[in-house]
Write a protein that binds this ligand. Structure first.
Ligand SMILES: Nc1ncnc2c1ncn2[C@@H]1O[C@H](COP(=O)(O)OP(=O)(O)OP(=O)(O)O)[C@@H](O)[C@H]1O
Length: 217
């Protein structure tokens, strides 16, 4: 479903990733771990094709980094859900609109939008906050909205870049429980994290990167 074939990526003179190969299968849950600056976010950016390899190839579903055209990238991204440490919600729109927006840009119309938004907001237990702006919410609530936005288009995978990095342990565990639930429903999850204690509590496959190289699994 996701395949890295001997991926090397340079930014300027610097080799950020060196000869990375791995596969992620349908419905899998995996962590990407490694020290700060190891290249975890870069791996995720290659998957949503914000970056392209200098050598090797990345396959995501039916898309290949070697062949994809610029105008196809939005379609690829609709097949993925992405969440970040800093949530990246639209600050001038309420919770409902933050999620509805993802459907509108995907061309979904009318009553289907309302039905689907309310359903995902309920799934992450934030429907009661739907009329509030993000600034009125706690960090954990904002991340739940971001998860709702990420899953509303029914992606085959959720990419999570340090999703608990700004949250305390209790709230981090709530976010992990939501990600595990989404995974049990069939969506793959690939999560970059520093947090060894979360990995111990919620054990899954670990992909380890150091200095831009895959070290072991
Ligand atoms: N736009 C850029 N220009 C130059 N160097 C960059 C750029 N983006 C990333 N890098 C470098 O690439 C390396 C990998 O960065 P990346 O963000 O993938 O690491 P990370 O493992 O996610 O780190 P962290 O845990 O701190 O988020 C780092 O050395 C970083 O400085």
């Amino acid at each position: 479903m996701i395949e890295f074939y001997n991926v090397t990526l340079r930014i300027g003179q610097k080799e950020i990733l060196k000869d990375i190969s791995f596969r992620l299968f349908k419905g899998e849950f995996a962590y990407i771990v490694g020290p700060s600056g190891a290249g975890k976010s870069t791996v995720l950016r290659l998957i949503y094709m914000d970056l392209f390899p200098d050598e090797g190839m990345v396959i995501v579903g039916n898309h290949s980094s070697a062949k994809i055209k610029d105008h196809e990238i939005p379609y690829l991204r609709r097949e993925l859900g992405v969440i970040f440490q800093d949530f990246k919600l639209l600050q001038d729109r309420n919770v409902y609109e933050n999620v509805a927006f993802a459907l509108r840009v995907a061309g979904v119309k009318g009553s289907a939008i309302k039905r689907r938004v309310l359903r995902v907001l309920s799934e992450v237990n934030i429907a009661h906050r739907r009329n509030l702006l993000p600034e009125k919410l706690s960090g954990g609530e904002q991340q739940r909205v971001a998860i709702a936005r990420a899953i509303v288009n029914e992606p085959f995978i959720v990419l999570a870049d340090e999703p608990t990095g700004n949250l305390d342990m209790q709230i981090s565990m709530e976010i992990m429980e939501i990600l595990e639930r989404i995974n049990r429903q069939g969506t793959a999850v690939l999560m970059a994290t520093h947090d060894q204690s979360l990995i111990e509590r919620f054990p899954h496959r670990v992909i380890r990167i150091e200095n831009g190289r895959l070290v072991d699994e």
